[in-house]
Every structure is written in structure tokens, then in C-alpha cells.
Design a protein around this ligand. Structure first.
Ligand SMILES: Cc1cc2nc3c(=O)[nH]c(=O)nc-3n(C[C@H](O)[C@H](O)[C@H](O)COP(=O)(O)OP(=O)(O)OC[C@H]3O[C@@H](n4cnc5c(N)ncnc54)[C@H](O)[C@@H]3O)c2cc1C
Length: 506
């Protein structure tokens, strides 16, 4: 049997690796992607979930980053319409902070930089007359409202992987990259499965999208990275829903930062984030008491009804893999751009490797297109990407859009409670039809596992989305962890264990 040689092996199944695999496979290349843990288990399930230009980056004059990200916002609403949706954000004016004219000007500029076709422009509001004022202390009178988007970070990763797989890519879950050596114009790569079985593959090029682990992976292929990477912790707390309405708040904090609070998973409110240097291993990141106190104090400076520690139902933390742009003081997080950079190591007759540094969830498609342009300039590969027009699996709602699909799904499966049908459409888009195929009643969905989770969905996630453990199902493929009791989670764990075939080292 001849050994398969991939054109490209992507190391790291976060949003950037998944998007690059999707773009590359869409160009007709033979692609594989390896991920050492669950997909999105690194940074890409731990973000603030904003698909945004980043209003705050106007203050650091990152205009190009803001404009590129704003353009991506609308592209992603077309490419993955079930996973990216509009959000109106209310920014209360605080007399001791940025002047009103500055905020107004910034928002006008934000509106101008965005090629808005769908989203509404910004406006000034009187909080004493507007519904958004009801949750806030009466001392706040004026505010500005503007548009950005929310997204489901971990599911965007899965959508990109499904897109890559649709174009023929091999998606290697729980395969750790161990080392790679050049053999002329090929890389010989050693991967290790989580059962310790060793897998050897060959590829004409490598991409290192290991996020916070990028230097570690570069060292395993003996590549020096020129830029200095800095890890910055960010944490979030989730509490029961604090106000009516779908709008979020963008709050100016006492230390001059900006923090978001917005509706989360229908019945909850998400509050975040923090910005702190992180020196330890990325996988050790957890929220600190200091961060919790800080977030509670800042949000309570605005909300009429205070949020307490006892309200916190969940929290999560991640590390941003940022790099220094130079010129700043050591420890000054403002010298760390949210933009991305590439480093490419190649020479004639030598297989190339592209290292990806930084990046935002919002810019993943563009980063992928850009990364592939770099590689296509030195490899005999198709120069054009179709990612700007492509719709990822689940997003093909047709002319009627997501609302029409939601209505027809409910009429075709009338036994589904509204919330369950909505959840399916939001998570799986048109793939909800595959999930529900042939079902005529809730009983056809198999064993009830708690909340609105049935065996059929667990099987769907394990059979078609590489889910294997309980956490994959309740925290990354869905957020059902917010609704299931410990006993129900235990029951799910037993089911998942029985369903997972024993993985014997080969
Ligand atoms: C608190 C916080 C808030 C954020 N908010 C936003 C936001 O609102 N909007 C926005 O646009 N961006 C936001 N971001 C940024 C965004 O989340 C990240 O830029 C993005 O998720 C990085 O993705 P990645 O694919 O580069 O890295 P990751 O998601 O970390 O993926 C890297 C993957 O590589 C894998 N890996 C590592 N070593 C190996 C190995 N040896 N073998 C195989 N696999 C390996 C890891 O397991 C990991 O899954 C935020 C980030 C944080 C931390």
C-alpha cells in the first residue's frame, strides 16, 4: 500500500487551524488537521464570543484591524448564519471617563469603517426614556447604542472542520503533534493518539496554529519564532439573566477599560472580560478571586440590581496568544496587538512551514485566506480561495433565511418544544434535518438525558462531530452544562463511556 502524502498538515484544531484546513481543502488540496485534545478546547471556546471590529482598538489606532474585522462580520453572517447573529450594545456615558463627543465620533467612525448591509447604525439614547435604561442605575442618563455581532466560538470551529471534511480533509481528533523532520521537500511527522499509538504521516507543508502552544510546537519541528509571544488571561462569569431584551451593555470600567455584559443562552447573562499577564502553562488557566471581585464591582457600578458571587453559575478562562509589536514598556498590554502575523520558514527544495501568531475569532476566515495566499506563493497550489462565498455545513438556509427554516422545521417536527427546536437551529442549522431524520415523536429521539437532551443528539455529536467526552458535549458542542444536574451529567457520562469504542493502540 502506498503511504498517503498530504499537501498540508495543520497542527491545532482551534478556530484558526480549522479555518485554514477548510480553505486549503476547498482549493482541492490533500489536507489533514491534528488536534491533541478536543477541538476548540484551547482558546477558541473561551472567548467573549463577539464577532466585532473591536471598538476599543480605535483607541490604540488599530484602524486596519478594526476595518478588516468589521468587513468579516458581514461575511461570517452569510457564511455561518446560524452561528453569528446581530447584537445591539448599549454604551452608557460616564462623566469621569471618555468625553461624549469622543464616543460619538468613535462610533461614527466605526459605522463608516463597516460596510454595513444588515446591521443598524449607532445612535444616542436617553436612558431615562429608553428600555435599555431600566436595568441601570438612574444616575446614568445618556448612552450610545451601536451594532456588533455575537457568535458561538466553539461551534464555529466545528463548522469549519465540517467544511474541511466536506472537501475531503482528514480530521484527526486527539492526535498530538510530537515532532516533524524535513526530508527534502517533504515533512515526516510523528503524531501520538491519546491511547499512545504512534501515527506517522508525510506532508509537503506544515501550518502551526497551536495558539498559546505555538512556540512549543515550533520547537518540536526545530523552528525559531522571531516574535515574542505573550499570554494574557481573560475570564468570564455567567449569572442568571439580569434584564429583559436582547441588547448587551458595553461598560467603561473604573480603570479605563471596557467590559461587556450580554444575554447568554436565553436564560443567562455573560459578564467579562479581564486582561492579565499569564506566565504559567496555558492549560492551567483558571479564574482568580481577584478577577471575580473586579468583574462584580465593575458591573455593579452600572446595574440597579447588584449581581453577587452567589449568583455565579459558571465561569471560564482562557489565554490570548498575543505578540509584541515593539516600542512599548515591558508589561504594557497595550503594546500587544490583536492582529495576526505569519512567519514562514522555507527555501528552495525545503518543505515550508507557516507559523500563525495572534489573531481574533472574528478574523479567522480572512486569516486563513491570507495564510493560504502566503503558501500558494511558494507552492504550485490554486491561488484563489472560495471562502468569501462558501456557506459552511448547516448554514444553507436559502432565500427565506434562518427564520423560514425555523418555521418549517417546527411544522415538520411539531412534537418538538419551541426551545428545543430553536436550540437545534442555532447549533446545527440545516443539519437539524439530519439529526431529526425519521423522528415522529420525542420517544423517537431515544433516552432522555436531562433538560432537552436526548440520546439521538448525543449520538449525532459523537458520530458526526468528533465528540467523545461529556465536556465535549455539554461545554463545547452545546452549553447544556448550564442546564443539566450533576446526576444527569453522571448518566450522560455512563452512556458516553459505553458508546465510545475501546481505542486499542495499533
Ligand atoms: C478571554 C478571551 C476573550 C476573547 N474574546 C474574543 C472576542 O470576543 N472576539 C474575537 O474575535 N476574539 C476573541 N478572543 C480571541 C480568540 O478567542 C482567539 O484569537 C482564538 O480563539 C485563537 O484561536 P487559535 O486557533 O489560534 O488558538 P486555539 O483555539 O488555542 O487553538 C490551538 C489548538 O492547538 C492545539 N495544540 C497545541 N499543541 C498541540 C500539539 N502538540 N498537537 C496538536 N494540537 C495542539 C490546542 O489543543 C488548541 O486546541 C478572545 C480570547 C480570549 C482568551
Amino acid at each position: 500500500m502506498t503511504e498517503k502524502i498530504y499537501d498540508l498538515l495543520v497542527i491545532g484544531g482551534g478556530i484558526n487551524g480549522a479555518a485554514i484546513a477548510c480553505d486549503a481543502a476547498g482549493r482541492g488540496l490533500a489536507v489533514a488537521l491534528c488536534e491533541m485534545q478536543d477541538f476548540a478546547e484551547g482558546t477558541s471556546s473561551r472567548s467573549s464570543k463577539l464577532i466585532h471590529g473591536g471598538l476599543r482598538y480605535l483607541e490604540t489606532y488599530d484602524f486596519k484591524l478594526v476595518r478588516d474585522a468589521l468587513i468579516e462580520r458581514e461575511i461570517l453572517m452569510r457564511r455561518t448564519p446560524h452561528l453569528v447573529w446581530p447584537l445591539r450594545l448599549v454604551l452608557p456615558y460616564v462623566a469621569s471617563q471618555r468625553p461624549r463627543w469622543m464616543i460619538r465620533l468613535g462610533l461614527l467612525f466605526y459605522d463608516y469603517l463597516a460596510s454595513r448591509k444588515v446591521l443598524r447604525r449607532s445612535e444616542a439614547i436617553d436612558l431615562h426614556r429608553h428600555a435599555a435604561g431600566e436595568a441601570l442605575k438612574p444616575s446614568y442618563r445618556h448612552a450610545f447604542v451601536y451594532s456588533d455581532c455575537r457568535g458561538d466560538d466553539a461551534r464555529l470551529v466545528i463548522a469549519n472542520l465540517l467544511g474541511a471534511e466536506r472537501s475531503g480533509a482528514d480530521i484527526l481528533a486527539r492526535h498530538r503533534f510530537v515532532k516533524a523532520e524535513r526530508a527534502g521537500d517533504l515533512w515526516r511527522i510523528t503524531l501520538e493518539k491519546d491511547n499512545r499509538a504512534v501515527v506517522e504521516v508525510k506532508a509537503r507543508a506544515l501550518v502551526n496554529t497551536a495558539g498559546p502552544w505555538v512556540i512549543d510546537v515550533a520547537e518540536k519541528m526545530k523552528i525559531a519564532v522571531g516574535r515574542k509571544l505573550r499570554l494574557v488571561r481573560g475570564s468570564h462569569i455567567v449569572v442568571p439573566r439580569q434584564w429583559e431584551g436582547e441588547h448587551g451593555y458595553f461598560l467603561q470600567t473604573g480603570d479605563g477599560r471596557l467590559m461587556e455584559a450580554f444575554p447568554y443562552e436565553r436564560d443567562f447573562t455573560s459578564i467579562g472580560t479581564t486582561d492579565e499577564p499569564w506566565e504559567d502553562a496555558p492549560e492551567k488557566v483558571t479564574i482568580s478571586d481577584k478577577e471575580i471581585d473586579y468583574m462584580l464591582a465593575e458591573v455593579n457600578a452600572f446595574l440597579k440590581k447588584p449581581v453577587t458571587r452567589a449568583d455565579i453559575v459558571w465561569s471560564y478562562s482562557g489565554v490570548r496568544p498575543l505578540f509584541e509589536t515593539g516600542g512599548g514598556r515591558d508589561g504594557d498590554l497595550k503594546t500587544l496587538t490583536r492582529d495576526y502575523a505569519f512567519e514562514i520558514d522555507h527555501a528552495a527544495g525545503k518543505a515550508p512551514v507557516l507559523t500563525v501568531l495572534g489573531g481574533k475569532l472574528t478574523t479567522h476566515r480572512r486569516l486563513a485566506e491570507h495564510a493560504m495566499q502566503k503558501l500558494c506563493a511558494i507552492m504550485p497550489w490554486p491561488a484563489e480561495s472560495s471562502s468569501r462565498e462558501d456557506i459552511l455545513p448547516g448554514g444553507d438556509f436559502g432565500a427565506g433565511g434562518i427564520e423560514a427554516y425555523r418555521r418549517t422545521l417546527r411544522s415538520r417536527f411539531p412534537f418538538l418544544p419551541e426551545m428545543q427546536a430553536d436550540r437545534y437551529v442555532r447549533l446545527y442549522g440545516t443539519r437539524s434535518d439530519d439529526l431529526l431524520a425519521g423522528a415522529r415523536s420525542l420517544a423517537d429521539l431515544g433516552r432522555h438525558m436531562g433538560a432537552d437532551l436526548y440520546q439521538r443528539e448525543v449520538d449525532f455529536l459523537m458520530d458526526t462531530e468528533w465528540a467523545r467526552g461529556v465536556e465535549d458535549i455539554i461545554w463545547r458542542r452545546s452549553k447544556l452544562g448550564l442546564r443539566l444536574s450533576p446526576v444527569e451529567i453522571g448518566g450522560l457520562a455512563s452512556y458516553v463511556k459505553v458508546k465510545t469504542p475501546p481505542d486499542i493502540p495499533s
